[in-house]
Write a protein that binds this ligand. Structure first.
Ligand code: HPA
Length: 262
């Protein structure tokens, strides 16, 4: 069923009339602490937005938070919608559609991902250079817009240097989840050129670029992907690494917002 996107677009325009956000930020699992560094002006729970999907994942609060980072007004989305929760593509894209309805030109997207590239370590932050769709759900989106542009890359790299974080780069493989992959799947994804694996982000990147927004997509590599290390992969490891990295990621995103806002 087609959702009434106009309904929440108009509602949000009214709700954030005074904030006028310049950058939209999607905060991945365990990476929500960025809002503690914001001077918060408005907060709106997804549950209070007519026609908006609801967040079902534990630890995902489900709210937009509008405020300033330095002198740049930003709108952060705490909690996103995943295919494995039973949502359709329209729901998954609700946050991007909201940013677009608010005429936000720049979007920062973060996620937690499994690491396949052995030249990095769990705990590293990587810019998503390109994507591979293993869900085949993105056929509803146009192809060819998943690649990070040279300009976006330059801004992302400059902000990394200035904030003193080591920023890697990689190709993100999108899977439906909810379970982690098998070791054989990971070996296969590696042969395709994948460096990271996760259950979100690719449709958001594609839709936002198709609709003329600039996108800065990042993965926090929270664990070795299945079968790469001897140790079995657990949700606890993913959460623990996200906790460890979130301070670096926050410092980086604060700097990136300043650079984008310049
Ligand atoms: N696979 C898929 N999604 C993930 C992983 C993983 O290893 N880690 C965090 N999100």
């Amino acid at each position: 069923m087609k959702k009434n996107i106009n309904l929440y677009g108009d509602f949000l325009k009214d709700a954030f009339r005074d904030c006028r956000p310049r950058i939209g930020i999607v905060l991945g699992s365990g990476l929500n602490n960025l809002v503690d560094s914001m001077e918060i002006r408005e907060k709106l729970s997804y549950a209070d937005i007519p026609g908006f999907p609801r967040s079902t994942v534990a630890g995902h609060e489900g709210a937009f938070v509008c405020g300033n980072i330095g002198n740049v007004p930003v709108l952060a989305a705490k909690g996103r919608f995943h295919y494995y929760e039973g949502y359709e593509l329209d729901d998954i894209l609700a946050i991007m559609r909201s940013f677009h309805a608010l005429n936000i030109p720049d979007v920062i997207i973060t996620n937690a991902a499994g690491l396949m590239d052995p030249s990095h370590q769990p705990g590293d932050i990587l810019l998503i250079r390109d994507c591979i769709d293993m869900t085949h759900l993105s056929r509803a989106l146009k192809a060819g817009t998943q690649k990070t542009s040279r300009k976006e890359r330059q801004i992302a790299m400059d902000a990394a240097k200035e904030s003193g974080i080591r920023l890697g780069e990689g190709v993100y493989v999108w899977t439906t989840g909810p379970s982690y992959e098998t070791p054989a799947e990971i070996r296969y994804f590696r042969t395709l050129g994948g460096d990271l694996v996760g259950m979100s982000t690719m449709p958001e990147i594609m839709w936002a670029r198709e609709n003329g927004m600039r996108v800065y997509p990042f993965s926090c590599a929270t664990n070795w992907a299945s079968g790469i290390s001897e140790q079995p992969l657990t949700h606890e490891e993913v959460s623990e690494t996200a906790q460890r990295v979130k301070h670096d990621l926050t410092r980086y995103i604060l700097m990136l917002c300043q650079r984008i806002g310049d």
